[in-house]
Design a protein around this ligand. Structure first.
Ligand code: ATP
Ligand code: MG
Length: 213
C-alpha cells in the first residue's frame, strides 16, 4: 500500500478527532507502516502531543513523520508526505475551514468520529456532505460508546443508515485514551493488551481494510 491520505474531520468540536488521529498514527507506526501525520488545526493539540512524545521516547524520535501545515503549502506538502510514506493521518479543525476542505480533497478516506448522541449525529451532516462534494469516501467511527445505552444503540442505527461507511469497531468511553496521550504515547504503546488498545487496533485494521478496497 502506498501513499494513502486519511483525513480525520468533523465540524463538531470535541468529537475525538485529535484522539483518533494520534492513536492511529502511533498504532500504524508500531505496525511497521511508514507513517506520517499532519496537524492542520491552528489549535495545535496534535502538535502538543508530538512534543510530549518526542521527550517520552528518549532520543528515538516520533516514530513517524510530522508537520504542522496550513495555507498554500498544504497541497504540495500532503503530496510530498504521501509519496514518502505508506499512510498520512491528517488532524483537522472543528468548523468548516478552508484547510479542512483542501485536505479532504486529497483524502483517500475521510474518517469522521461521532459520539452517539442526537446533537452529535445532527452535527455530522455537513462533514459528510463535504466529503461527498469532493467525491471522497468517508467512514464514521463511533466514539465514546457507553457500555449499555438504548439511546446510543438507537443513534448507532441512525448512523448506519447514513450514506457513509461505519467502522465495524466503536471506541468505548475509556480514560486510557486520554492518559496515554498525556504520556506522549498511543494506547497501543502505553497499555498494550488493554481493552482500549485492542479496540483501537481493530478500528485501525478496519481503516486499513477500507483503504485497500
Ligand atoms: N474514546 C474516548 N474515551 C474517553 N475520552 C475521550 C475519547 N475520545 C475523546 N475523548 C476526550 O474528549 C475530549 C475531546 O477529544 P479530542 O480533543 O480528541 O476531540 P477533537 O474532535 O479533536 O476536538 P476539537 O474539535 O477541539 O479539535 C478530550 O478530553 C479527550 O480526551
Ligand atoms: Mg482536535
Amino acid at each position: 500500500m502506498a501513499g494513502r491520505i486519511v483525513v480525520v474531520a468533523q465540524q463538531k468540536g470535541g468529537a475525538g478527532k485529535t484522539t483518533l488521529a494520534a492513536h492511529l498514527a502511533a498504532y500504524f507506526a508500531g505496525r511497521g507502516l511508514r507513517t506520517a501525520a499532519a496537524d492542520i488545526d491552528p489549535q495545535g493539540s496534535f502538535t502538543r502531543w508530538t512534543e510530549l512524545r518526542f521527550n517520552a521516547r528518549d532520543g528515538q524520535g516520533l516514530g513517524f513523520g510530522f508537520a504542522q501545515l496550513s495555507g498554500w503549502r498544504l497541497p504540495t506538502e500532503l503530496d510530498r508526505m504521501s509519496r514518502e510514506h505508506d499512510i498520512v493521518i491528517v488532524d483537522s479543525a472543528p468548523h468548516a475551514m478552508t484547510d479542512s476542505r483542501t485536505a479532504i480533497r486529497y483524502a483517500n478516506l475521510v474518517l469522521v468520529p461521532v459520539q452517539p448522541s442526537p446533537m452529535d449525529l445532527w452535527a455530522t451532516g455537513p462533514t459528510l456532505a463535504l466529503a461527498r462534494e469532493e467525491r471522497r469516501p468517508s467512514m464514521i467511527v463511533i466514539n465514546r460508546m457507553p457500555p449499555r445505552s438504548t439511546l446510543a444503540s438507537d443513534m448507532v442505527e441512525k448512523l448506519n443508515a447514513l450514506e457513509a461507511g461505519v467502522c465495524r469497531v466503536a471506541l468505548g468511553n475509556r480514560t486510557a485514551y486520554a492518559s496515554s496521550l498525556g504520556a506522549g504515547l498511543g494506547v497501543t504503546e502505553f497499555e498494550p493488551g488493554s481493552t482500549a488498545a485492542r479496540e483501537l487496533a481493530a478500528a485501525g485494521d478496519d481503516v486499513l481494510a477500507a483503504l485497500s478496497r
